[in-house]
Design a protein around this ligand. Structure first.
Ligand code: GTP
Ligand code: MG
Length: 203
């Protein structure tokens, strides 16, 4: 699938004010600074679509983008990062509240793309979040980011270690993607996966 058009629709903190759930939807989530907004821009060929920043905590709202409006449209959603240590506790609780409501209630949500920094070993917060998705029967895939920042040997080692860690609690691993926004890596595989769900080939 090619992304022909990508348009910002609405930002909010109230899941009930999200756009009418008439298209399949894919939400990008992960720790602050993991590269969610950068990946979205890479996938859509538009560096100005989602706002990126070197400072963690840039994305603070549920941001809806409409993709391919004129042909098999779908929604792409940029969510605030979790685990931003410097955020005030009150703000953290508020984000957690509206993100969990969104994830549990959004009826057209087909898959959550959980972004994980490929440079780091498995982090408790990410493992717990994926477990929570599993407990709530919310489908998700793992998307490793910033693959350009390490050698292919180190990348392979980190991915193998991560999978081993997951297999301690999961019987089956979710789909895994490796990406780099700067090196334009992983785009085709992710778009193909989304297309397969949109067209009903898988699931
Ligand atoms: P929040 O909105 O704060 O949660 O962050 P985010 O997950 O949306 O991260 P964002 O896309 O803003 O990227 C954070 C930083 O990482 C920026 O400085 C990006 O330039 C950098 N970055 C993101 N993806 C990549 C990548 O694939 N490779 C490299 N080298 N840097 C990246
Ligand atoms: Mg962001």
């Amino acid at each position: 699938m090619e992304i022909k058009t990508a348009e910002f629709v609405i930002s909010n903190t109230d899941p009930s004010l999200c756009p009418e759930p008439k298209h399949p939807e894919y939400a990008f989530i992960g720790r602050s600074n993991v590269g969610k907004s950068s990946l979205i821009n890479m996938l859509t060929n538009n560096n100005k679509l989602a706002k990126t920043s070197q400072t963690p905590g840039k994305t603070q709202l549920i941001n809806h983008f409409l993709i391919n409006e004129n042909f098999n449209p779908w929604f792409l959603v940029d969510l605030p990062g979790y685990g931003y240590a410097k955020a005030p506790k009150k703000a953290k609780n508020r984000w957690q509240g509206f993100i969990t409501t969104y994830l549990k209630k959004r009826e057209n949500l087909k898959c959550v793309m959980v972004l994980l920094d490929s440079r780091h070993e498995a982090q408790k917060k990410d493992l717990e979040f994926m477990e929570w998705l599993g407990e709530n029967s919310i489908p998700f895939v793992m998307v490793f980011t910033k693959a350009d920042k390490l050698s292919s040997a180190k990348l392979n080692k980190n991915l193998t270690d991560y999978k081993k860690e997951m297999l301690k609690t999961w019987e089956l691993l979710p789909e895994v993607f490796t990406t780099s926004a700067s090196a334009h890596m992983g785009k085709e595989a992710i778009l193909k996966y989304i297309e397969s769900i949109n067209t009903g080939i898988s699931q």
